[in-house]
Design a protein around this ligand. Structure first.
Ligand SMILES: Nc1ncnc2c1ncn2[C@@H]1O[C@H](COP(=O)(O)OP(=O)(O)OP(=O)(O)O)[C@@H](O)[C@H]1O
Ligand SMILES: [Mg+2]
Length: 283
């Protein structure tokens, strides 16, 4: 894997001091669509530097949690705090500012088909119009180098494989050094081998930048891998964590079921759960 130090250094230099509270907090949040309660009073916290994997069957409300965190939807009940700001009660103009501090990898990548990889990754910086063009080019190259796709700068998304498109989407989400990353099913629809390369990239992102993240996934295995591996900068790859390193990995699991959070805890707690639904889920 390519050198990622310069990006990491820039990120550390620009990083805001850690807020006192958690980076994301949901307090008794409920939302109903067409009289169907999708989230029915859920509470959880994402601590600074933590990765929380969110599980639940299709339609459980996983993407809804991400959209609520971005203030793209408002809850019918409860409060949502992101980086200390109450997104559930913020005017749209302020939400715009807050969203700059977050990065999202949408379900199915959601790249712009008619734009090159370069322009897809640069998009947010160009839109914000505060970074000079030479700096944009440098940052785009750094982000693409991080995901090992610098050679695809001038290609269109249609010229890339599914796994490569996901990597571009991750580079795009990282471009403005976000304090929180929201991943919506980054391995969805990929074969197991390609999924592992994406998981490796998420581990690298976590261990190089320590970005807090919510990770929606259908694959329990992906989150198990993340909880048991670390990125080794010497070998430039993901390796199995030693027992000491495992203790350092800030990874939690949250399971949604019928609008409720039925589990929120560590891998050890998950494996020790006596709840019948959870046991079935993880078997
Ligand atoms: N804007 C909306 N208007 C109406 N219904 C919606 C809206 N957004 C989500 N829903 C409904 O809310 C439920 C939860 O949707 P959500 O997209 O959060 O599920 P999910 O857990 O991400 O599912 P999947 O695993 O399929 O991605 C679904 O039944 C969906 O149809
Ligand atoms: Mg979804």
């Amino acid at each position: 894997m390519a050198d990622s130090t310069s990006l990491a250094e820039t990120s550390t230099a620009l990083a805001a001091p850690a807020a006192a509270g958690p980076d994301i907090r949901f307090e008794d949040v409920a939302i109903t669509f067409e009289r169907e309660p999708v989230l029915d009073g859920i509470s959880f916290a994402l601590r600074h530097g933590e990765t929380k994997a969110i599980f639940g069957i299709a339609g459980a409300g996983k993407s809804t949690i991400l959209k609520l965190s971005l203030g793209l939807m408002r809850p019918d009940q409860g409060r949502i705090l992101v980086l200390g700001e109450e997104v559930s009660a913020m005017p749209e103009a302020d939400l715009f500012e807050l969203r700059r501090r977050l990065g999202i990898v949408f379900q199915e990548s959601a790249l712009f088909d008619s734009l090159t990889v370069r322009d897809n990754v640069a998009y947010r910086l160009m839109e914000e119009d505060v970074v000079p063009p030479e700096e944009i080019e440098k940052r785009v190259r750094e982000a693409l180098r991080f995901v090992e796709l610098e050679h695809t700068l001038d290609l269109l998304p249609s010229e890339l494989s599914g796994g490569m498109r996901r990597r571009v989407a991750i580079a795009r989400a990282m471009i403005n050094q976000p304090e929180i990353l929201l991943y919506d099913s980054p391995t969805g629809g990929l074969d197991p081998v390609t999924s592992t390369t994406i998981v490796e990239l998420l581990v690298k992102q976590r261990d190089v930048f320590h970005t807090s993240s919510l990770l929606v996934t259908h694959r329990l295995q992906d989150a198990f891998t993340m909880a048991s591996h670390v990125f080794d900068p010497q070998q430039n790859c993901m390796v199995r964590a030693t027992p000491e390193q495992r203790q350092q990995i800030k990874m939690t699991f949250l399971i949604l079921h019928e609008g409720q959070v039925i589990f929120d805890g560590t891998l050890t707690e998950l494996k020790g759960s006596r709840d019948e639904y959870i046991r079935e889920y993880i078997s």
